[in-house]
Design a protein around this ligand. Sequence first.
Ligand code: PMP
Length: 359
Amino acid sequence: TRLTRADLDGLPAYMPGRNLADLTRELGIAEAIKLASNEVPYGPLPGVIEAVTDAMLHSHRYPDMGATALRDALAERLGVDAERIVTGCGSVALAEILVKATCLPGDEIVYSWRSFEAYPIISAGVGATSVRVPNTDGHGHDLDAMAGAITDRTRLVIVCNPNNPTGTSVRKAELDRFLASVPSDVLVVLDEAYRELVTDPEVPDGLETYGDRPNVLVLRTMSKAWGLAGLRMGYLVAQPEVAAAIRKVLTPFSTSLVAQAAAIAALAQEQEVRRRCALVVAERDRVTEALRAMGADVPSSQANFVWLPLGDGAIAFGQVCESRGVIVRPFQGDGVRVTIGTAEENDAFLAAAEVALKS
Ligand code: PMP
């Protein structure tokens, strides 16, 4: 007898980067370096620890299920009505709930591949069919092919901009053309987890540029630029009817009291967030240039990571880095994603990369 769905057997599991403490212990070094999960390396923002500590005084009570204060703070910052915002336990949980709110078994979800590894998992969760459109030779989305992949069964198209793990992004002219061709009964998700790190003026802010379209939804996170990865807080902005439908299938109370308080405190630190993002961007450009000087074919990244398209050499590259105390994120047979850390961390990575690329 089997107690769980047979169709889940072939589904690849989400693979987080190697555990930092484990590698540190194994190598017997002071501390290994983790450049595997696209976190920003500068610690919690000022005010966040105090806000969390204060919130703990009320932790025997349920949180505000509607996250009203946080949604008001987000609404003000983003210039949209609070009723259009839904918060969730990380943007990945929101993406999952969004799939639940839009797809029945057999419905299709179109996305580029390779892209964020959670997309196949959340699609399979409801029995929806993943339609993966191969990336271009330049490792970015092929929007024309994605538009061509839409059928009568398509409910969602996910555009990951910038794309995880390749760092590539789609520009306004391409996206304009794409959106004009998508049928009005297909919801387009702009997954902008790394929006705060975008510096190319041709890469549009999905919310500012397309936020008023009925079938566009923008997904953002507080895990990266806002430094709250461990607390789990994401949000989406959609039209009010879409937001209301998504709210109906939210897991009740899934954003904790502490996460809500931390997010409000973080939003008060916009200047500091900008300063931190600028440091990451400068390092991103330095690391890209250094890798290219070593002969690696690194696409330009608009996120806080870079992509090395090493094909079958990906796993070996990752192993050399780990043996030198640096955890990166290899994707077997495809490439390696490396998160931008502090200047010292990046130097340690570049030293390991030099060895790995020669071996
Ligand atoms: N979307 C993309 C493109 C991501 O890279 C990530 C994090 N790796 C997420 C969503 C999810 O982030 P979180 O759940 O931490 O908000």
